[in-house]
Design a binder for this molecule. Sequence first.
Ligand code: UDP
Ligand code: MG
Length: 320
Amino acid sequence: MISVVVPVFNEAQTLRDLHRRLADSLAALGPHEILLVDDGSNDGTWHIALQIAAEDPSVRLIRLSRNFGHQAALSAGLDAARGDAIVTIDADLQDPPELIPELVERWHEGYDVVYGVRSSRAGEAHVRLAAISAFYRLLSSITATEIPRDVGDYRLLSRRAADAIRSMPERARFLRGMSGWIGFKQIGVEYARDPRYAGESKYPFKSLLRLALDGILSFSIAPIRLVTGLGFALVVFCVGVFAWVLYVRFGTAHHPSGWTSVIAVVLLLGGVQLLSIGVIGQYIGRIFEEAKQRPLYLVDEVVDSREASDPRSASSSASF
Ligand code: UDP
Ligand code: MG
């Protein structure tokens, strides 16, 4: 069975077309389920989702208790999916559902992770694309994990790959990095990314920055190494300056003058120290988040027309 997991946040306008295109693409693939994870929408998305589930028995719904974010919604879908292969796809039709048979074919060939590679991205601002591409270049240069470039959250995971990801307990979820980290046989499939079908991006620049930070800080300690190196270089530099001052004072007839240089050094050191504390603080904040061990998401409601006997579908406000 193929499961398709769709995180949905205020996508009322696209939901019907999404469902139609998904159903068309899945029809030839045998048994399948479509899991819509409503990430705390407030625009009538849930209402439409209920209608769709009433018409199509292969649709299952999960509503989270509030907006937990894209990565948490995806995780909720992975936890609930029952398929032998799980496809995750955005709800806004930027990733064409028509590609799913090709992903499945690669899976049949023996690949555990088949990810969609965006060969082009229409309808997104140049500044945004440039920032995203710079981020991926930076990320791959500082992390040991192989994280493919131009890859979003459109991918197929085999059952064991999905279970591997589910076994990773971290709160800061960066699924693109995590699915690279697990290894197994992986392959990319190229596709042209369409512009958003309707509505607007739920990733304003701020959330994108957050995701980028999650990516860097959860996959690398390069920032800590950087400030350590910086601190070391500054100590060496200051020892040199100090030696020079002593030499001028005692070795020559001059007195070293320079209120300016003193202030410059103080400011420089102050700045570097603040920066270093900030970087260390980022990691400590993350340790704090992980240490709390809160669930990634809470489920408000589950709708499953096929298996009313499933204990998970009967209970509301439970978490998987
Ligand atoms: N999404 C979500 N929760 C959020 C933000 C987004 O479930 O808090 C979903 C959204 O409905 C969409 C997917 O995540 O299906 C990707 O979001 P979006 O298309 O806005 O991101 P972009 O493509 O602009 O990066
Ligand atoms: Mg999108």
